[in-house]
Design a protein around this ligand. Structure first.
Ligand SMILES: [Zn+2]
Length: 416
């Protein structure tokens, strides 16, 4: 294989996946390499004096100080409004029934969202339910707030609600919170996804264009473990490609994360089927890049930002989901800066591919020819298959006719 010699440029160490602060959680490009916790701690500090959106696009003429002063005063009022701190607990919520409600929540089967909703609507959890409803109504009413602010409010809401369940074991609190996230974000999705207050939409388009311009990149260039079993076999990464495309259709952040995890597990499986040794972290990342390039997932940037802003922190910082999500953000970063060296090409070859979309370069032509040949072979195989099945049908027809003729000739019937 002619690519085997070039140095592996798509390479990542475990340390690079972790939060810049060294707290041990997974970091993400959405938080400039920090984990969600360190990032929020940092922006909370910065929020006092600085404008919350540090983007270079901010017009320089605005008096920042005055604006941010005003903003922080306003936001603390809004915060009170959202979290309802001042509202005293209402009558029917006797402590006993609340404890009962908590017990009932604790007894829920994991993942049973319907039962959770039913319980939330029961009289015993009226207070909790009205907190949720009030929060959702206020969020909808203030949907024009900057998306970062909305993210802060949702995260604060999660924290407060988690406190409501804090008598439960941690694992169950997490399950309750997953239900809560689903409840809240299913409803808020249409207001906060790809919000007008940020440049998510432009970034989606830019990433989509970038991916389209790289459609000539082959698995070999990325050093993705790949089988060369011939045209009959489908791309072993197809299930992963499908899974990442499905991400856009989901509304709750956890469901989007599930798609990322499903995609990642499928990648590990595909790498495993193409390679005799187990997949390493670099195999995984290369294959993930390949999958993202093939899929060109709709609104990928928006989807990742949405998950980062409104997902449950524990799902993003730790465990399998955190690892996969961080890798996805690394994959996107690699795609944005993918160059000749990373693909083992000369600068001229790379330029040729980029300009011609693969059609002008010699390699691109070779690849096209190969694809055409494969297509022909596939069609020929299909024709042959049809011929074979026709032959088989003929044979069985002839046989059955023969049998029937024999039966008639012998005057008897087979006793079946
Ligand atoms: Zn951290």
């Amino acid at each position: 294989m002619m690519w085997a010699e070039h140095r592996r440029a798509i390479h990542i160490t475990q340390a690079e996946l972790l939060c810049k602060n060294g707290c041990g959680f997974y970091g993400n490009a959405a938080w400039q390499g920090h984990c969600s916790k360190c990032w929020r701690d940092r922006t909370c500090q910065a929020d006092v004096g600085e404008q919350d959106c540090g983007d270079a696009a901010a017009p320089p003429s605005v008096s920042k100080e005055k604006k941010s002063e005003e903003k922080s005063r306003r936001s603390s009022t809004i915060r009170k409004l959202f979290l309802g701190e001042a509202t005293p607990p209402k009558g029917p919520d006797a402590p006993l029934s609340q404890a009962e409600a908590l017990k009932a929540f604790e007894a829920l089967q994991p993942g049973d969202f319907t039962a959770f909703l039913k319980l939330l609507r029961s009289p015993a959890s009226q207070r909790l339910q009205s907190r949720c409803t009030a929060f959702l109504n206020t969020m909808e009413a203030y949907h024009a707030l900057a998306v970062e602010k909305q993210s802060d409010l949702v995260q604060e809401f999660y924290q407060n609600i988690a406190a409501h369940f804090n008598s439960m074991p941690e694992e169950q609190v997490e399950q309750m919170m997953e239900h809560m996230e689903k409840l809240v974000m299913t409803r808020l999705h249409k207001w906060v996804f790809c919000h007008d207050s940020c440049d998510d939409e432009q970034k989606d388009l830019a990433l989509q264009r970038r991916i389209r311009s790289l459609k000539w990149v082959t698995p070999q260039m990325l050093r993705v473990p790949f089988t060369d079993r011939g045209p009959e076999d489908a791309d072993p990464y197809l299930p992963a490609i499908t899974a990442i495309i499905e991400m856009d259709a989901k509304r709750a952040p956890q469901d989007k994360l599930c798609c990322v995890s499903k995609c990642s597990r499928n990648i590990f499986q595909a790498v495993g089927s193409c390679k005799s040794e187990p997949a390493c972290a670099d195999d995984f990342l290369s294959a993930l890049i390949y999958v993202v390039l093939c899929a060109n997932p709709p609104r990928l940037h928006s989807n990742m930002q949405y998950v980062a802003r409104f997902g449950l922190p524990h799902a993003l910082r730790t465990g399998e989901t955190g690892y996969y999500f961080t890798n996805l953000s690394c994959a996107v970063a690699f795609i944005e800066k993918l160059d000749a060296a990373a693909l083992g090409l000369s600068p001229d070859e790379f330029r040729g591919f980029m300009q011609g979309g693969g059609a002008t370069g010699a390699l691109g032509q070779a690849q096209q020819v190969r694809q055409q040949l494969e297509e022909l072979r596939r069609r020929q195989e299909h024709v042959m298959e049809q011929a074979r099945s026709l032959q088989a049908q003929l044979r069985s027809w002839a046989e059955s006719t023969q049998t029937r003729a024999d039966e008639v000739a012998s005057g008897g019937r087979s006793s079946e």
